[in-house]
Design a protein around this ligand. Sequence first.
Ligand SMILES: Cc1cc2nc3c(=O)[nH]c(=O)nc-3n(C[C@H](O)[C@H](O)[C@H](O)COP(=O)(O)OP(=O)(O)OC[C@H]3O[C@@H](n4cnc5c(N)ncnc54)[C@H](O)[C@@H]3O)c2cc1C
Length: 416
Amino acid sequence: MAEPDVVIIGAGPSGTVAAALLAQKGYSVRILERQQFPRFSIGESLLAYTAQLLIESNLMDAVCSAGFQYKNGAYFVWREAYSEFNFADKVTAGCPFTFQVLRSEFDHLLAREAARFGADVRFGVEITAMQPGEQPVVTARSADGEETIRPRFVLDASGFGRTLARLLDLEKPSAFPPRAAWFCHVRDAAPAGLFDRQKIRIGINPVRRDVWSWMIPFPNGVSSIGVVGDPDYFARFQGTNDERYNRIIDDEPRLRAVITDGQLVREPGEIKGYAANVKSLHGPGFALLGNAAEFLDPVFSSGVTIALHSAKLAAQTLDRQFRGETVDWESDFAKPLMFGVETFRTFVDGWYDGSLQDVIFYRHKTPEIHRMICSVLAGYVWDPANKFNGPTSKRRLHALAAWCRDTRTTPMPEIA
Ligand SMILES: Cc1cc2nc3c(=O)[nH]c(=O)nc-3n(C[C@H](O)[C@H](O)[C@H](O)COP(=O)(O)OP(=O)(O)OC[C@H]3O[C@@H](n4cnc5c(N)ncnc54)[C@H](O)[C@@H]3O)c2cc1C
């Protein structure tokens, strides 16, 4: 059998979108996915820029037809404070809405679409070894045995599997402290109008500002609920799944008021120490996409957005390389990708040190600043025109937070 141009490890969103883009350019692409689909995955709330990328990849028609929950923004709740962001207010041009999705269905749909564009998608095949180089060599294992493949390039889209980071010694610890997430699906059965099903609800624990919860409504009266805190926080909640569920939710009184006695419809899961990093995003004959490279934190639902943007940049760079152009994976792929990742990193840091929370709940933001923050929350973090994006975002966010805390009587400053 002819060797493919590209082997993609993993059929999560980064892998299938990269495959769809490359297949549409006429390249032969083989996705090797170790699991059988549909399979559960965490990460159900998308950002508006994800939808923009789906449009650009010709995948949006299929996603729109699937009946996922429409999403147009986010709201934040802390004690009596409430702050709402509508993606339509964002400053960057692009799609202003997105979806809240069961990832089992969403990922399966994207895999089918990639196949429709011509990608060869194989399930139950695990990559177990890889030799980098101008002609990379990949070893794949399935129920049929072991196979060696010699593609022209390998894209690692294996998410938390972190295949090439492990195999090629690229792992680097994350600078974020270890955190843990507890999550489940609940029949919220909330009466219409009690809360906005078209937005993700982010609630901050009334006592500990570093502990927060998500509520991601689906269209069928079910919501994804999750709580994030340091691993010690969860040690106090003991008992059966039901007992732990009730104790964890009781510690979030305002969330409890929304879901009342909503019953579990999916057994809870837990994941710890998920933040991860790598020494390099690329090497001879390969590049890393999405979570196979770096994962920051769930708080801004940035994971799938970064996954899709990395897929777009990699497909563009690879297309130029295959057409004989000289490409530099550091300046053509890694650096542009990290511009937006740094924005999210600033926002995650600011979330946990409290500065971003002060900005979010400050009620007298100028419309311009509200729109710039809204753009980041909508996922448009690669727009250089937004002053809160890129490597200087930290300085600007901290200056703004200091102003929100201390000098509320003077007019809000211009952001330089
Ligand atoms: C608690 C928590 C909450 C989150 N919430 C959100 C959210 O609301 N919104 C959001 O956008 N993101 C969220 N994320 C992040 C999101 O889950 C990921 O960023 C996203 O799934 C990354 O997509 P991906 O394509 O890179 O990898 P994945 O979706 O993880 O897909 C990787 C695929 O590779 C396969 N694979 C792994 N190893 C191999 C191998 N060796 N060979 C073959 N196949 C392999 C796996 O089976 C898997 O199917 C959250 C993360 C956490 C931890």
